[in-house]
Design a protein around this ligand. Structure first.
Ligand code: NAD
Length: 274
């Protein structure tokens, strides 16, 4: 496998394709991340709330891959917003991960109702200044909440991780991120592997390229410029999902996939998630 990288707005290089571990229990996360590293993934996306940072960290330490060759992301949970709470939550994440830095630390959700994400960001800026996160970013930020962060704080988030798949292509939010030099990272990139992967248009494109529907969707993300972090605990699918660097979708394929957009979320709404 080859990998492709994006250069973030602070100069840090990030693999464009990584491995997600939401809804994977700690022990299983150890197995899955170990399999992913063996298959060539060099980026892992976890979070405090996934309760698997310990398993992820163990897999990184046991692997035949140097720590500095893996891009590790974790996230600040909603109940830990606020300046001192953020610093404390970050220390606890590092401890569970068994490492002295992460590559990327994200605010998981803005929780506008709580209105403490600006405070949390100030603490993240300190963590970044101390070199304990090589980059800081956000997740589930809207034009309103990201706009406010950009207005009121110093460091521009390197990326915004948002729900994004062919059913919910997020054209406006991708453009808003891009216009502010913020990369877009797609969560639930396969639409959680449900109806989306059964779409006839994906089957047709997959057959044309001798690939699977999941590989076509991952390729669509890469060609749009998204960072993409599909999840699987099945070794064959873990391999399948990174075997996407030997073909390309053409403009017609990209257009046909764009036709699936129905503008509806499958996950929580960032305006109300708390
Ligand atoms: P996903 O879109 O990656 O879908 C994963 C599911 O798709 C798997 O459980 C499996 O059922 C199926 N699948 C995977 N590979 C397949 C293949 N090759 N063929 C057929 N089916 C396949 O869903 P996700 O886990 O929700 O999202 C990916 C990652 O995004 C998460 O693990 C997590 O790291 C991140 N995420 C972040 C947030 C956030 O709020 N920031 C929210 C959700 C997810």
């Amino acid at each position: 496998t080859t990998q492709q990288h994006l250069t973030l707005n602070n100069g840090l290089r990030m693999p464009q394709l990584g491995f997600g571990v939401w809804q994977v229990e700690d022990d299983q996360a150890y197995e899955a991340v170990s399999a992913a590293l063996q298959s060539g993934y060099r980026s892992v996306d976890t979070a405090r709330i996934y309760e698997n940072e310990t398993g992820v960290g163990r897999a990184l330490r046991d692997a035949d891959v140097a720590r500095e060759d893996v891009f590790l992301t974790t996230k600040l949970w909603n109940s830990d917003h606020g300046h001192d709470e953020t610093l404390k939550a970050f220390d606890a994440s590092l401890e569970r991960l068994g490492t002295d830095y992460v590559d990327l630390y994200l605010i998981h959700w803005p929780v506008p109702e709580q209105d403490r994400y600006v405070e949390a960001w100030r603490a993240m800026e300190k963590i970044y200044a101390d070199g304990r996160a090589k980059a800081i970013g956000v997740s589930n930020f809207t034009a309103r909440t990201l706009g406010r962060l950009l207005d009121e704080t110093d460091i521009v988030p390197v990326l915004n991780q948002i729900e994004l798949h062919p059913y919910f292509a997020q054209g406006e939010m991708r453009a808003f991120n891009a216009s502010n030099n913020v990369a877009t990272e797609a969560w639930s990139p396969l639409g959680q592997g449900k109806e989306l992967l059964g779409e006839p248009v994906l089957a047709r494109i997959a057959e044309k390229h001798g690939k699977t529907a999941a590989q076509v969707v991952i390729r669509w993300h890469l060609q749009l410029g998204n960072v993409v972090i599909p999840k699987s605990v099945t070794p064959s699918r873990i391999k399948e999902n990174i075997d996407v660097f030997d073909f390309a979708l053409d403009a017609t394929d990209m257009n046909d996939i764009a036709g699936l957009d129905r503008g509806g979320r499958i996950g929580a709404d960032p305006a109300t998630m708390n």
